[in-house]
Design a protein around this ligand. Structure first.
Ligand code: ADP
Length: 401
């Protein structure tokens, strides 16, 4: 069975085509600048040259049509016909409290995703555009939606509620939802498989640290706490996001600097984090380079980032009354040996012992970076949200037949 996975943003659309008989990627690519005058389609068939095409793509329906043309192209294609695609899986950021797992797209499901626009105004609308575009281009093909929030729906009320007037939860559903759920679920499962231990017995802390970053406490295979909240702003210090701060900072700054709601949102989401403290970059490569060169601003940014990450690991070890496995994943987690080393250095009280040489190895495969004596297994596991979505899509479509 061939499954197309789509991740639609407001002006971009990423895709991966899987052959689910052996879970191989047949092709992947990206459409950028949708709605602008020169849109760019980058298509990479596995084992063949990447191709780039510039054209006018005004909306998502045309974007998917162009992608399907590329997938069936004589020279750059991997399919003889679009009919070979048997299902489409879509990434959706917010599933609210309704979606506790992935779901087959129906008119009711679409209506519910629309109802959740309020909670993810930037992310859920393009997801609906992606679904509609797939339906127009492939009317006979079933669509499945996978939500970034779904994995965290197992959190208890005492964990997901904020200690603010309860009427706000009743009226507006203000609570912790979390994000990166597909990634946290995927890497926690791979960790258990890698260690050859039943996930039901394990207390795992998954650190998904990329541009956006979140930690999850996974106990017995389910999410019991996660660091992102109502929106992906809470929790860790990130590339351009502040993470945790005293909520009064927001009202204080709005008052003193005469900022509007959108200005303060922009400040906290786009002009904070590593970028704000270093004054130079949101990219961890630049930050660690600056730290190694002894630059004071980059050094402070690096130390704050690592300190906040380590505090959260400690918090989740406390939340689960222990930790068996720490997993590092995503851009920073998979690639930055120095972030992993410095974070683990001060986790010796948990019995964490890092093998510094293993930590430096780069492989693109799941691997252990702790010593045999370490009381906590420390693993690096490349995340694969698209594969997780493709697996869910296959399962749901097969069950619906
Ligand atoms: P996103 O959250 O956008 O999906 P990724 O998970 O791809 O992002 O992470 C991207 C980030 O990963 C980059 O901004 C950079 O900070 C970091 N990164 C990538 N490679 C390295 C590296 N070799 N060393 C340190 N950080 C890296």
């Amino acid at each position: 069975m061939k499954v197309l996975v789509i991740n639609a943003g407001s002006s971009s659309l990423k895709y991966q085509l899987y052959d689910m008989t052996d879970e191989t990627v047949l092709a992947k690519g990206l459409v950028e600048r949708i709605g602008m005058d020169s849109s760019i389609l980058t298509h990479k068939p596995t084992g063949k040259e990447e191709v780039t095409e510039v054209s006018e793509i005004l909306e998502h329906t045309t974007a998917i049509r162009k992608v399907l043309e590329k997938l069936t192209d004589k020279e750059h294609g991997v399919l003889s016909s679009v009919d070979e695609i048997q299902a489409v899986g879509h990434r959706v950021v917010h599933g609210g409290e309704t979606f506790k797992g992935s779901a087959l797209v129906t008119p009711e499901v679409k209506a519910e995703i629309r109802r959740l626009f309020d909670l993810a105004p930037l992310h859920n609308p393009p997801a609906i555009m992606g679904i509609n575009a797939a339906e127009v281009n492939m009317p006979a093909v079933p669509n499945v939606v996978a939500f970034d929030t779904a994995f965290h729906q197992t959190m208890e009320e005492k964990v997901y509620l904020y200690p603010i007037p309860k009427v706000l939860y009743k009226k507006h559903r203000i609570r912790r939802y979390g994000a990166h759920g597909t990634s946290h679920q995927y890497v926690s499962r791979v960790a258990a498989e890698f260690l050859n231990r039943p996930i039901e017995e394990l207390k795992i802390i998954t650190c998904h640290i990329g541009n956006g970053a979140s930690l999850t406490a996974v106990k017995g295979g389910v999410s019991v706490d996660t660091s992102m909240g109502l929106t992906p702003l809470e929790g860790l210090m990130m590339g351009t996001r502040s993470g945790d701060l005293d909520p009064t900072v927001v009202t204080f700054v709005m008052n003193k600097e005469e900022l509007s709601i959108s200005e303060v949102n922009s400040m906290l989401n786009k002009h904070s984090g590593l970028l704000a403290i270093s004054g130079s970059s949101s990219d961890m490569r630049d930050i660690t380079d600056g730290w190694e060169a002894g630059k004071p601003n980059e050094t402070l940014a690096f130390e704050m980032y690592e300190y906040r990450l380590r505090k959260y690991i400690g918090a989740y070890a406390a939340a689960m009354n222990g930790v068996d496995v720490i997993v590092f994943t995503a851009g920073v987690g998979e690639n930055s040996a120095i972030v992993r080393e410095k974070t683990c250095e001060n986790l010796s009280y948990l019995g964490v012992e890092l093998d510094k040489e293993l930590n430096k190895v780069r492989s693109g495969e799941p691997r252990r970076i702790s010593t045999p004596n370490s009381k906590v297994e420390v693993l690096v596991i490349p995340t694969n949200e698209e594969l997780m979505i493709a697996r869910d899509t296959l399962q749901i479509v097969q069950e619906s037949k």
